[in-house]
Write a protein that binds this ligand. Structure first.
Ligand code: EPU
Length: 443
């Protein structure tokens, strides 16, 4: 249990290199279950979620070794297809083992997943799709486990009722070794999924996107090991870009993937943010000092990602006018608001006018928390002041770090292990940009 002590008010300036994408690293580690040959994965971020995924795989019998940002993974046979509750509860993606284990070994037992508590976060779309491929999956409410088995997974044409990022990936991980052809319709389009597809293709899988939201997979008998370097983390880039701009600084981001940030850059420019393409993989983010309140509505890719809305809210506290954020992907992603209010932000909740919420929202409307709002308005610019803050989820954590970097005075942020889930050594990297941030070990 560590805390950050941050003294805000310093414009962040300098260069920062974006780490490998968390949301690819986790999935490629799960993909290692598809082969008994060695997988060598490069550019793996040193973050807590990767450690947790390695714990999940180790329980299953996977051996691994690490050398900096490279991980070597091998396994000959899964000796235990059951993920213990305490390991799984800490990592939502642990349930993705259902895909490869059903395809290769015909059985898997895994608890209802944990991870960031962003509302109900069920996995009904994953489970129903696996059933269409011939899996028998029973949920035991007494112990909270999914018990899954399949004599042989077969191809199927599966239409996801709504977008699901990890659902699409779980099905890919099952379909690559299933008998025959699987077609995933209304599949998710995030670039991280295409990076997973590129790795699976190198392993010998036959996968193509026949349309932006349609993926066709021809099942293979066997996949082999490979060496793969994962893409840069888009969410880190957005976080650091906002960190630079919101502190009135000037930040150069290396390992940039701005080609995958179109929706962010559109709104960012409308708000008065500037960027300069230094080269293919290097982007400078800065402003001329004036930001305009700009509304966003979150959507799955290629829209404005839900992961960016919390950092965006901090930026909007420094913009002129009233802006709105309408969250449509998760039903509970404003946990940071109560903390920003403590710092003097002017934020109010509202209920956006939506004609048919069940169709409009990406989450299942029936799962929503009664009384929870999907919209906020932010009035700026505001001089934020220091506070003692509590982190509730990963992106909210990074958001509070940004807010404390802006605020006058010394802020204390508890629960930084949430930030460690997805950002490698964030304090050291921000310090290199001039931030006054210290990690204090708590007993
Ligand atoms: N949903 C269901 N049932 C399902 C699947 C999803 O109701 O079977 C709901 C979810 O509760 C959510 C919405 O549908 O409200 C979208 O869920 P999706 O499955 O697309 O998201 P995810 O796979 O759980 C991943 C990322 C998130 C990112 C979202 C959106 C990983 C490990 N997580 O979550 O990243 O915000 O896609 O792109 O890839 C993060 O990195 O901090 C993070 C939360």
């Amino acid at each position: 249990m560590d805390k950050f002590i941050i003294t805000g008010g310093v414009p962040l300036k300098g260069e920062i290199t974006v780490a490998g994408a968390k949301n690819v690293a986790l999935k490629i580690l799960v993909a290692s279950l598809l082969t008994d040959e060695e997988m060598v994965v490069h550019n793996v971020p040193l973050i807590r979620d990767v450690d947790l995924m390695l714990d999940v795989l180790a329980v299953l019998g996977v051996k691994y070794s690490r050398d900096g940002h490279t991980i070597h993974v091998t396994h000959n046979h899964i000796h235990n297809a059951k993920v213990p509750l305490d390991v799984a509860a800490r990592l939502r993606t642990s349930s993705m083992i259902l895909g490869p284990l059903l395809a290769r070994y015909g059985a898997a037992t895994t608890p209802n997943p944990g991870g960031c508590r962003l509302g109900a976060r069920p996995i009904d779309r994953h489970i129903n799709a696996l059933k269409e491929m011939g899996a028998d999956i029973q949920y035991h409410s007494d112990d909270g486990y999914f018990y899954a088995k399949a004599k042989e997974l077969h191809g199927a044409t599966i239409r996801f009722p709504k977008n699901t990022h990890t659902g699409t990936e779980t099905l890919l991980l099952a379909a690559v070794l299933a008998r025959g052809r699987t077609i995933l319709e209304n599949a998710a389009q995030e670039p991280e999924i295409d990076d997973l597809i590129a790795c699976l293709t190198q392993m010998g899988a036959n996968i193509r996107r026949s349309a932006p939201r349609t993926i066709v997979i021809e099942g293979a008998k066997k996949l082999h090991g490979t060496e793969y370097s994962i893409m840069a983390d888009r969410n880190e880039e957005v976080t650091f870009a906002i960190a630079g701009v919101v502190t009135a600084g000037d930040v150069i981001i290396k390992n940039s993937s701005r080609h995958n940030l179109g929706a962010f850059l559109d709104v960012y420019q409308r708000a008065g943010g500037k960027f300069q393409e230094i080269d293919d993989r290097t982007t400078r983010y800065y402003t001329d000092g004036y930001l305009t309140a700009t509304d966003i509505v979150t959507h799955p890719h290629p829209g404005f990602m839900t992961d960016w809305q919390a950092p965006w809210a901090v930026l909007m506290t420094q913009a002129n006018g009233i802006s709105c954020i309408h969250e449509t992907v998760f039903e509970s992603r404003f946990s940071y608001v109560s903390q920003l209010l403590k710092m003097g932000a002017h934020i109010e909740f509202f209920d956006p006018d939506v004609e048919d919420p069940e169709t409009f929202y990406n989450f299942n409307w029936a799962d929503r928390v009664e009384g929870y709002h999907q919209g906020i308005t932010i009035r700026g610019p505001t001089t934020l002041h220091n506070a003692v803050l509590e982190i509730n989820d990963l992106r909210a954590g990074a958001t509070l770090v940004l807010a404390a970097l802006v605020a006058a005075g010394e802020s204390v942020i508890h629960g930084v292990e949430q930030v460690d889930r997805g950002y490698e050594k964030i304090e050291e990297r921000l310090r290199a940009l001039g931030a006054r941030i210290q990690r204090i070990k708590e007993e």
